[in-house]
Design a protein around this ligand. Structure first.
Ligand code: AVJ
Length: 317
């Protein structure tokens, strides 16, 4: 891409971040949208999280995909397209691709151009016959498929339980957008984190090495880097709690003392103990997720869970 276009794109992205930060810190309940956790540094830290002993979702989901891949891809592949929503590093995709030798197209959708380029380079090395059609876009807004992908059979893929980052009404909206993105008759494979002992959940988001804390605090570091904010990272601490009524993990950044932060000419005051809500991660029962999928117009055709019932992979149609 031309350098001028790249610079303009970066300014647009920065002003989206700027507006969201000012908006999020202005109300009585401070919050920042979790999508901003994933800049280059944040994506690196998230990769580290997936390798933590306490963070079970990635490992359990990969084991499920590996154990059931034959069934998952059964009857699919001949000349079709694998469409992945929020593909990131595309690590889980490889499990499916290894069993889809006659797939025509891999179509990853992501907001990060760097992630798309990296994954495309790696996968074309592994599967020279596969053509990758990267789609730069935000799946929460609905992304139309390019003509050549739209015309062939599709298998949708949305691993990672990213659906849990959205409030239930939003999750229904997004699952509906994905249903309308894919051609009728398409199958859609989605990873869903399940309800379990609160201690296991809280530890997964409060690891002893402090990687999740660094991931959360990177949001403030990013505001310092990109918006010239003066957040003192030592004056905030990471907090992750499980709300059993809402069925979700919440991440917060808690102001250790009284402080004022300045950014973009605005001043934001923090009381001691005041929090910035940075992420929700909903956990589902099989029934709850099935209801959500049905509300978005999907039918649950099959699902697989591990022996402990910690994670589940659903096939929707
Ligand atoms: C990738 C969004 C599913 O909610 O578990 C991990 C993000 N946040 N640790 C999750 C995350 C803190 C993760 N998702």
């Amino acid at each position: 891409m031309r350098p001028a276009v790249e610079r303009a794109e970066r300014r647009v992205a920065e002003s989206d971040f700027a507006l969201s930060v000012v908006e999020g810190l202005s109300g009585p309940h401070k919050s920042l949208p979790c999508r901003f956790l994933y800049d280059a540094r944040g994506s690196e830290l998230f990769e580290d999280i997936t390798r933590l002993p306490e963070y079970y979702p990635t490992r359990v989901e990969i084991a499920l995909l590996e154990a059931h891949v034959e069934e998952i891809v059964q009857g699919f592949g001949e000349g079709g397209a694998l469409v992945e929503f929020g593909s990131g590093s595309s690590r889980k995709t490889e499990i499916l691709l290894a069993r889809l030798p006659r797939l025509s197209v891999y179509a990853p959708i992501d907001v990060s151009k760097a992630a798309l380029e990296g994954a495309s380079r790696r996968l074309s090395g592994l599967y020279p016959a596969l053509s990758t059609r990267s789609i730069l876009g935000d799946f929460t807004h609905g992304v139309p498929l390019p003509q050549d992908v739209a015309e062939i059979r599709q298998l949708g893929f949305f691993p990672g339980s990213t659906i849990g980052n959205f409030d239930p009404p939003e999750a229904v909206e997004i699952l509906g957008l994905m249903r309308r993105t894919l051609a009728p008759q398409s199958a859609f494979v989605i990873g869903v984190d399940l309800k379990k002992d609160a201690r296991v959940l809280v530890e997964a988001y409060n690891d002893s090495a402090g990687v999740t804390a660094a991931f959360n605090l990177n949001l403030l570091a990013r505001a310092n880097r990109e918006l010239g904010a003066d957040f003192d990272l030592a004056a905030f601490r990471h907090e992750a709690i499980y709300d059993p009524l809402k069925g979700r993990i919440e991440m917060h950044l808690v102001s250790v003392g009284e402080q004022t932060v300045e950014l973009l000419g605005e001043r934001f005051h923090f009381r001691p103990g005041e929090r910035i809500h940075t992420e929700n991660s909903y956990k589902f029962s099989i029934e709850q997720f099935s209801d959500l999928a049905r509300a978005a117009g999907w039918r649950v055709s099959r699902f697989w869970t591990d022996a402990r019932g910690w994670f589940s992979v659903f096939e929707l149609r």
